[in-house]
Ligand binder design. Structure first.
Ligand code: ADP
Ligand code: MG
Length: 245
């Protein structure tokens, strides 16, 4: 007990150190992404070096087409870089096998999208249970975890609604519940407030901040909103697939 207390006392010096250890560290080493079709070659990312500490909340800004989504997909193992390496918690993803990648993608990473990406013919509850179904979590536990996640985003009363019966802000809160229901260690958000008015955007930002602070989860968020970016610890700027500054 004593050591636990001492440890609690020592943390809290800064967002990175405040983490309770759940968050995942991210390092990009010279990441490059080139899309090749028959005739056209698009360099979406070029020589990206980035380090995000456990429990850190970082924002990414840049004009449309500058590679923000590509970067997020590569960090979340939804897409492979054509060069360089993604290192998660010190482990090289380039050297990891398909099974390890799938495991990390499913267990450790949560994704939130601008367009919510909920399944329209499933209830709110079932949408939030989905990631746990992929993990083969027993149904009773699944149901409980989804209910808790929905209560946490203030939608405990809307479990049996369908996404189309909710406002945009509510749908994004469902998407957050879905992203965090499996207790990810890394949360990736691609313009999560881009389709929302500023008040709803504020609500979403508050939830992300709360989750970052309380669960110690690492968050990387793409945003066009300078005021939201200013609230994160650090902003990475992209232009034409390159880091600026
Ligand atoms: P952002 O999210 O900053 O708007 P993206 O990462 O979506 O930018 O895109 C970066 C660049 O890569 C753009 O030029 C885009 O057209 C190109 N791109 C993205 N996805 C693909 C793809 N699947 N095939 C070919 N080009 C792509
Ligand atoms: Mg994008």
């Amino acid at each position: 007990m004593m050591t636990g207390v001492a440890e609690v006392d020592r943390v809290g010096t800064g967002p990175a150190e405040r983490s309770n250890g759940r968050g995942m560290s991210v390092r990009l080493e010279g990441v490059e992404k080139v899309y090749r079709t028959d005739r056209i070659e698009t360099v979406a990312l070029s020589d990206i070096h980035l380090e995000v500490a456990r429990g850190e909340f970082v924002s990414i800004m840049g004009p449309s087409g500058s590679g923000k989504s590509t970067l997020l997909h590569i960090v979340g193992l939804l897409d492979d870089p054509t060069g360089g390496d993604v290192v998660l918690d010190g482990q090289s993803m380039r050297r990891a096998g398909e099974r390890a990648l799938a495991r990390i993608r499913n267990r450790d990473v949560g994704f939130i999208f601008q367009t919510f990406q909920l399944v329209s013919d499933l209830s709110v509850q079932d949408n939030v249970e989905l990631p746990l179904i992929y993990r083969r979590t027993p149904s009773r536990e699944r149901s409980r975890a989804a209910r808790e996640a929905l209560e946490r985003v203030g939608l405990g009363q809307r479990r049996h609604h369908h996404p189309s019966q909710l406002s945009g802000g509510q749908q994004q809160r469902v998407a957050i519940a879905r992203a965090v229901v499996g207790q990810p260690r890394l949360l990736l958000a691609d313009e999560p407030t881009g389709n929302l008015d500023s008040q709803m955007g504020e609500e979403i930002m508050r939830l992300l901040e709360e989750y970052n602070r309380e669960a110690g989860v690492t968050i990387v968020m793409v945003t066009h909103d300078q005021r939201l970016a200013d609230r994160t610890r650090r902003t990475v700027r992209l232009f034409d697939g390159r880091q600026v500054q």
